[in-house]
Write a protein that binds this ligand. Structure first.
Ligand code: CAP
Ligand code: MG
Length: 430
C-alpha cells in the first residue's frame, strides 16, 4: 500500500483557470526520484499535500490541490487555486510558493523563476503610488534618465561631510543623492542630522540651479522606526524614502508602502542581499520574481543591474527586468518569464547602478533606453577634479547618447568628460 500521494498533484491534462496563480520552477530531482514525482512533491508541499497519506481528507480539499501541469526538461509549471491565497497578503504568497519546497530532499536544486499573478489576485494590491510618469512629474525630469550618486566610500562620512558631497553632486547636475545600503543612523552620521543638513543643501542647490533636487535617504530598520523616519523625511520636504527591501522583508515593505504613500513619499528599493538567492541559476529565487513582487507591493524604483558594471547580471536579465518593471503586459520567455498582464497597475523605474562611470553610460542606455534611474557613484567621486566635475561628465555622456554623438566627439568640447575618459576610458570594473 502506497504511503504517499504525490502523484495526485500531477495532472498533465490540467489547463490553468484564468484566476489560478501559475509558477514556473527550474528543478533537478534527487537521485532515484522521477521528474514527475519531484514535480508532484513540489506542488504537494507548496499547497495541500504532505509526506504521508492521511486518515481523513475532506473531499472538498481536492479543489485546493496545486497541479503540476507542464513538465518540460528542467522546468515545471504548477497551477495554484486562488482560494489557497489570502487576499492582499504577499507575505503568505512567499511562504507558499517560495517556502519549504527549497529544502525538500526530493529535489537536488529548485529555483522559482516567475509567477503569473491573475487579475483576481492583483486587484487586492495598490501597486506603485507614482509610476514612472508620476516620478518624472515629481522631479520635473522629462526626457532623460534620472541621475543620482552615493557619497563614497559608502559609510564613514559625518552628516556634515555627507551633506557637502550631496551639494557638490547636485551642483554637477544630478537629481538625487542616495544613501548607501548599509548607511542608516550611525554615531558619526545620525539619520536626523543627515536629513536636516542635506535639506539645507538641497534648498541651496535648488535656488542656485532652479532644478528639483531630492535624495534617497535610507530608513531601513524595524518597521516602527521606519515609520518614524518616513515622517521625518516628509517633515523636511523630501520626496523619497529608501528601503533595503530584501533585508526589511516583504512584510516591512508592505507596511511601508501605504505609510509612505500617505506621506507622499516614493519608495526607492535597494535590493542588497538579493544575490544570496538569485545568483545561482539552479537554486533560489530569480530577480525577475523579486522585481515582480516589489511592483505588486508598490515600490517606485528598484535596482535592476547594469550588465556592464561590477555586479552580476547579464544583458538578457537586465532587459527582462526592465520589461517586468516598466511594461503594462509582459511577454513570456521560455524557462525565465511567464506572460503577465498588470491590469493597469502602475510601473516602476528600473535603477541601474554598480561600477558605472561616464565611459559606460552609453552602454547602459543602449540596453535600457532613457526610462531609468542612473546611479553613478564611485564613477563621479573618483573623477580627477572631484564630484561636481564627475557629475558634469556623466551628464555630458547622457547628452551625447541622446544626441547620437560618440563620447569622444562630446569630449572635444567637455573638459570634464575628456578627463573622465582619460581616467577610465570604457573600463568595465569587476
Ligand atoms: C554602487 C552601490 C550600489 C550597487 C548595488 C554599491 O556604487 O552603491 O549599492 O549598485 O548593486 O554600494 O556598490 P558604485 P545593484 O556606483 O560606486 O559602484 O544596483 O546591482 O543592486
Ligand atoms: Mg551601494
Amino acid at each position: 500500500m502506497s504511503t504517499d500521494w504525490y502523484m495526485d498533484f500531477v495532472d498533465l491534462n490540467h489547463h490553468p483557470a484564468e484566476n489560478e496563480i501559475v509558477c514556473l520552477y527550474y528543478f533537478e530531482p534527487a537521485r532515484g526520484i522521477s521528474r514527475e514525482e519531484a514535480a508532484g512533491r513540489i506542488a504537494s508541499e507548496s499547497s495541500t499535500g504532505t509526506w504521508t497519506t492521511l486518515f481523513t481528507l475532506p473531499p472538498r480539499m481536492k479543489d485546493l490541490q496545486a497541479k503540476a501541469f507542464e513538465i518540460g526538461g528542467k522546468y515545471v509549471k504548477i497551477a495554484y487555486p486562488l482560494d489557497l491565497w489570502e487576499e492582499g497578503n504577499a507575505v503568505q504568497l512567499m511562504s507558499g510558493i517560495a517556502g519549504n519546497i527549497f529544502g525538500m530532499k526530493a529535489v537536488k536544486s529548485l529555483r522559482l523563476q516567475d509567477a503569473r499573478l491573475p487579475a483576481a489576485y492583483i486587484r487586492h494590491f495598490r501597486g506603485p503610488h507614482f509610476g514612472i510618469d508620476g516620478i518624472r512629474r515629481m522631479m520635473k525630469v522629462k526626457d532623460r534618465p534620472l541621475t543620482g550618486a552615493v557619497p563614497k566610500p559608502k559609510i564613514g562620512f559625518t552628516a556634515e561631510e555627507h551633506a557637502e558631497i550631496g551639494y557638490e553632486t547636485w551642483m554637477g547636475g544630478f537629481d538625487l543623492v542616495k544613501d548607501d545600503e548599509n548607511l542608516t543612523s550611525t554615531s558619526f552620521n545620525r539619520f536626523e542630522d543627515r536629513v536636516r543638513l542635506l535639506a539645507k543643501m538641497r534648498e541651496k542647490a535648488e535656488k542656485e540651479t532652479g532644478e528639483v533636487k531630492s535624495a534617497l535617504i535610507n530608513i531601513t530598520a524595524d518597521t516602527e522606526t521606519m515609520k518614524r523616519r518616513a515622517q521625518i523625511l516628509a517633515d523636511y520636504g523630501w520626496k523619497y524614502a529608501m528601503i533595503d527591501v530584501v533585508v526589511a522583508g516583504t512584510a516591512g515593505v508592505m507596511t511601508m508602502r501605504d505609510h509612505c504613500s500617505d506621506l507622499g513619499l516614493a519608495i526607492h528599493a535597494h535590493r542588497a542581499m538579493h544575490a544570496a538567492f538569485n545568483r545561482n541559476p539552479r537554486h533560489g529565487i530569480s530577480m525577475q520574481f523579486l522585481a515582480k513582487l516589489m511592483r505588486l507591493i508598490g515600490v517606485s524604483q528598484i535596482h535592476s543591474g547594469t550588465a556592464v558594471g561590477k555586479l552580476a547580471g547579464t544583458k538578457r536579465e537586465v532587459g527582462m527586468l526592465a520589461e517586468v518593471l516598466r511594461e503594462p503586459h509582459t511577454k513570456p520567455v521560455p524557462g525565465m518569464l511567464l506572460e503577465q498582464e498588470w491590469n493597469g497597475l502602475k510601473n516602476v523605474f528600473p535603477v541601474s547602478s554598480g561600477g558605472l562611470h561616464p565611459g559606460l553610460v552609453p552602454d547602459v542606455l543602449d540596453i535600457y533606453g532613457k526610462d531609468i534611474v542612473l546611479l553613478v557613484s564611485g564613477g563621479i567621486h573618483g573623477h580627477p577634479r572631484g564630484t561636481r566635475a564627475g557629475a558634469i561628465a556623466a551628464m555630458e555622456a547622457i547628452e551625447a547618447w541622446k544626441a547620437g554623438e560618440t563620447l569622444e566627439e562630446r569630449a572635444t568640447h567637455s573638459r570634464e568628460l575628456r578627463e573622465a575618459l582619460e581616467k577610465w576610458g570604457r573600463h568595465r570594473p569587476i
